[in-house]
Design a protein around this ligand. Structure first.
Ligand SMILES: C[S@@+](CC[C@H](N)C(=O)[O-])C[C@H]1O[C@@H](n2cnc3c(N)ncnc32)[C@H](O)[C@@H]1O
Length: 387
């Protein structure tokens, strides 16, 4: 299991580049978090088998050109695009072998804007900005930010990064190898927002890395995927993603199918009206995934905009989430942090009873000794087949 030891922290510090010309606020708004070379190298390794003479390699959100450092190659046509004037000036000063274009990549999306012909073999690489405007946390950070960025309606989405992925289909890239939050694939709602991208590309390879590898990434770790896609009109559905084998840098693999998720057993979102099937004096704080559970409160006694009503016969599941939070707060590795809470299929009725009893004791401020007994619950790694 990956733990943030001092050594690991030190290694991270060595590899992080930064967009120093921007304030933290401006970086968040434009998603300007530059990619460390170690991660860029994975991208070139993944696309290497598909490079032919005359392939065009395009990065439409190239920032300071990190994906092109030391990549001069007379057989390839390399194009760097960014809408940030400062980044484009930097590129012009530092990369004589690149074609450099200042453009908003999310509008008027066609190959001719980049001088690429229809029959040219095109590979898109990069680390497009991502910023989900719907999350509680992002809303707080961005509340004073009004963007005048034009995004074509055909690719408009709630997350900038999702719009970028969709733009790649409109350029008909033969391969796409980019960094994006793993949540674009593993959260079904996000995955569905990929629309024409998921309908026309197939994931060939995906390596999950820790967001902490980016300098400016504050807050909890979450998984970023380095994903290679191939244009393929079969596309992919969520079942394909569920059985896909995601890789970790240490060679281990995991797939969603090997987890037993609580999804479907609990509801996550606030609801205004509810019936006598629900508890009337106990609620759960709204949540999205493991990271939000680790960050926020669990049970709350007041009814407000964040309160999720609890169905009486489902209390045991919410009680388990509270247990999961406390038990695994420090041990959940980054690559599981955007998943739903999972449990062991071997839990018996007595385990579920234990979770409920435990929460009752907690809410009544009693000492834990008043609990009958602690069931033997194994480390979660053993619940997951492939870890
Ligand atoms: C996450 S940074 C990545 C930079 C670079 N690819 C790297 O990894 O080091 C995203 C970049 O996208 C640029 N960007 C944001 N919105 C854009 C848009 N609509 N069109 C073109 N570039 C954009 C930002 O200026 C920023 O340089």
């Amino acid at each position: 299991m990956i733990k943030l030891t001092n050594d690991y922290q030190k290694k991270l510090a060595d590899i992080k580049p930064s967009a120093n010309h921007l304030t933290y606020q401006a970086k968040i708004n434009s998603g300007s978090f530059y990619t460390p070379s170690q991660l860029v190298n994975y991208v070139w390794k993944f696309i290497n088998p598909f490079l032919t003479k005359n392939t065009t390699v395009l990065d439409t959100s190239s920032g300071k050109g990190n994906f092109f450092i030391n990549q001069k190659n007379k057989n390839l046509s390399l194009i760097a695009v960014d809408n940030d004037q400062w980044a484009v000036n930097y590129l012009k000063e530092n990369f004589s072998f690149l074609q450099i274009i200042q453009k908003n990549a999310l509008t008027d999306i066609k190959r001719t804007n980049y001088g690429i012909s229809e029959n040219q073999n095109l590979i898109i690489i990069g680390n497009p900005p991502y910023n989900d405007l719907t999350s509680l946390k992002a809303r707080k950070i961005k509340e004073n930010f009004t963007t005048n960025l034009v995004i074509d309606p055909q690719i408009k989405s709630r997350d900038l990064g999702i719009s970028f992925l969709r733009s790649y289909y409109h350029l008909k890239a033969d391969y796409v190898c980019i960094l994006h939050p793993l949540s674009y694939l593993i959260k079904e709602t996000n995955f569905n927002h990929l629309k024409e991208f998921k309908n026309n590309y197939r994931l060939l390879k995906s390596l999950a890395i820790d967001s902490k590898k980016f300098t400016d990434a504050k807050g909890a770790s979450f998984p970023i995927a380095i994903s290679l896609y191939q244009l393929d009109n079969k596309g992919m559905d969520y079942e394909y993603i569920k059985s896909f084998s995601f890789e970790l840098e240490d060679g281990r693999k995991f797939s969603l199918n090997s987890f037993q998720f609580l999804t479907g057993l609990v509801s996550k979102y606030p609801k205004k009206s509810f019936s006598s099937d629900y508890l009337d004096n106990l609620f759960f704080f709204t949540f999205r995934d493991i990271n939000s559970i680790m960050r926020n409160r669990t049970f709350i006694q007041e009814f407000n905009n964040y309160s999720v009503p609890i169905e009486k016969d489902k209390l045991k599941y919410y009680a388990y989430i509270d247990y999961f939070k406390e038990e695994f707060q420090d041990t959940i590795p980054f690559y599981l942090r955007n998943m739903d809470v999972f449990y062991s299929s071997e839990f018996q009725e007595e385990d579920w009873n234990y979770f409920t009893q435990r929460i009752m004791v907690k809410l009544e401020n009693k000492k834990p000794e008043s609990l009958n007994k602690t069931p033997k619950i194994k480390e979660f790694e053993s619940w997951v087949a492939h870890l």
